[in-house]
Design a protein around this ligand. Structure first.
Ligand code: NDP
Length: 332
C-alpha cells in the first residue's frame, strides 16, 4: 500500500520535492486495533502549518513519516470489540491507503445516513467550524449583517449559509473567482459577493455593506481582516478562524493597520479552534442534518481521485482550485 511522507520542510509554497509517495507494509491489527482501507481523505489548510517545525496547536509532521489527516474508510480486519469488517469509520490516519488504527481513536459513520465524504466536510470538522464560529464565537444575533471571507470554501460556504438560516439580515461573501462569486449569489443565497482579486477588499466591502457589518468570519487574514475591522459597527465581532493568505509566508506578516478602531467601536476579535467546541456536535449534526434534508443548506465538494493525486489536491486547495470541501477519493 502507499502513503505520503513529508521529506523536507517547505520554505514558502510547498513543492513536490518536499514530499514522497512511499510504499508501506499493510500490517495486521493487534488487540484493540482495526485495519481500515481509506476511501476518502481530507486535505486541509491547517496541514500547511504542520509541515513547519514550529510550536503550534498541532504537532509538526515528522520527516520521513506518513502525514496525518482526517480520513473515512472501511474496516478490512478487526481485532477490536464492537467493530466488524465492513464497518465504516472516521479517524485521523489519512494521507495513506491503509490505516492501522486504535479503535479508541475512531468514530463510526453511517454511509446510509450521509455520503461518506460528508463526514469530512459538511457534517464533519469544517461544518462544525462554521457552526461554532458563527453561533458561539461571533454570537450572531438576528437581523445582523455578516461578512465571510473564503466564502466559497468548505468552512466559508457553510458559515454564510448558517448565518442566513439563523436570521442574519444580510450576508456578504468574498472569493477568488467570478464563478465562485456567482455560486455564492445563485446557489448559497448570499445577498452580495465579490471577487477579492479584482479590486481592493476595503473598497468592495464598502460597496456591499455601506452601513457596515456586525460580524466578520475570517478565513483569510491580511487585507481582508483590515477591511473588515474598518467596516465593523459598534459592538461588532470578528471570529478569527484562519489566515490562509499568510500560510506560505516566510516572514511574519504585518497586522491590520487599523486595530485602534476597535476601541471606539468596542469591537472584538476572537480566535478559536474547532477542537474546543466538540460539545456542540450533537446539536450541529441535528440542525445541519435537518437543513440538508430539507434543502435549505447546500454544499458541493471538490473530489480529486487517486492516492497519487493527494499532494495535487492539497496544493490546489492552497491555490483555490476547490469549491467547497477538497476531498481525495481512493476507490477500491
Ligand atoms: P477552503 O475550502 O476555504 O479552501 C481554502 C480556500 O482559501 C481556497 O479555496 C481559496 O479560495 C482560499 N484562498 C487561498 N489563498 C487565499 C488568499 N491569499 N486570499 C484569500 N483566499 C485565499 O478551506 P477550509 O474551508 O478547510 O478552511 C478555511 C479556513 O478555515 C482556513 O483558513 C483554515 O485554516 C481555517 N480553519 C480553521 C479551523 C479552526 O478550528 N480555527 C478549522 C478548519 C479550518 P479562493 O479561490 O476564494 O481564493
Amino acid at each position: 500500500s502507499r502513503e505520503w511522507h513529508l521529506t523536507a520542510r517547505p520554505q514558502g509554497w510547498p513543492v513536490p520535492g518536499d514530499f514522497a509517495l512511499a510504499e508501506a507494509e499493510t500490517p495486521e491489527p493487534g488487540p484493540g486495533q482495526v485495519l481500515v482501507r481509506n476511501l476518502y481523505l481530507s486535505v486541509d489548510p491547517y496541514m500547511r502549518g504542520r509541515m513547519n517545525d514550529a510550536k503550534s496547536y498541532a504537532a509538526p509532521y515528522a520527516l520521513g513519516e506518513p502525514m496525518l489527516g482526517a480520513a473515512v474508510g472501511r474496516v478490512v480486519a478487526s481485532a477490536a470489540d464492537g467493530i466488524a469488517v465492513g464497518d465504516h469509520l472516521l479517524h485521523g490516519l489519512g494521507w495513506r491507503e491503509y490505516a492501522l488504527v486504535d479503535a479508541a481513536h475512531t468514530v463510526p459513520v453511517d454511509p446510509e445516513a450521509a455520503p461518506l465524504p460528508a463526514y469530512l466536510g459538511v457534517l464533519g470538522m469544517t461544518g462544525l467550524t462554521a457552526y461554532a464560529g458563527v453561533l458561539r464565537v461571533a454570537r450572531l444575533a438576528e437581523g445582523e449583517t455578516v461578512f465571510v471571507s473564503g466564502a466559497a470554501g468548505a468552512v466559508g460556504s457553510q458559515a454564510g449559509q448558517i448565518a442566513r438560516l439563523k436570521g442574519a439580515s444580510r450576508v456578504i461573501g468574498s472569493a477568488g473567482s467570478d464563478e465562485k462569486v456567482a455560486l455564492l449569489l445563485d446557489e448559497y443565497g448570499f445577498d452580495a459577493a465579490f471577487n477579492y482579486k479584482k479590486a481592493p477588499v476595503a473598497e468592495q466591502l464598502r460597496a456591499a455593506a455601506p452601513d457596515g457589518i456586525d460580524v466578520y468570519f475570517d478565513n483569510v487574514g491580511g487585507d481582508h481582516l483590515e477591511a473588515a475591522i474598518g467596516a465593523l459597527r459598534v459592538h461588532g465581532r470578528a471570529a478569527l478562524c484562519g489566515a490562509i493568505a499568510q500560510y506560505n509566508a516566510t516572514e511574519p506578516q504585518p497586522g491590520p493597520r487599523n486595530l485602534a478602531l476597535l476601541i471606539g467601536k468596542r469591537a472584538s476579535l476572537n480566535g478559536f479552534l474547532v477542537g474546543d467546541h466538540q460539545d456542540l456536535r450533537p446539536e450541529f449534526v441535528r440542525e445541519v442534518g435537518g437543513w440538508l434534508r430539507d434543502g435549505s443548506l447546500r454544499y458541493q465538494d471538490t473530489v480529486v481521485t487517486g492516492i497519487e493525486h493527494t499532494l495535487d489536491a492539497f496544493l490546489g486547495l492552497l491555490r483555490g482550485d476547490n469549491t467547497g470541501k477538497m476531498i481525495v477519493a481512493l476507490p477500491e
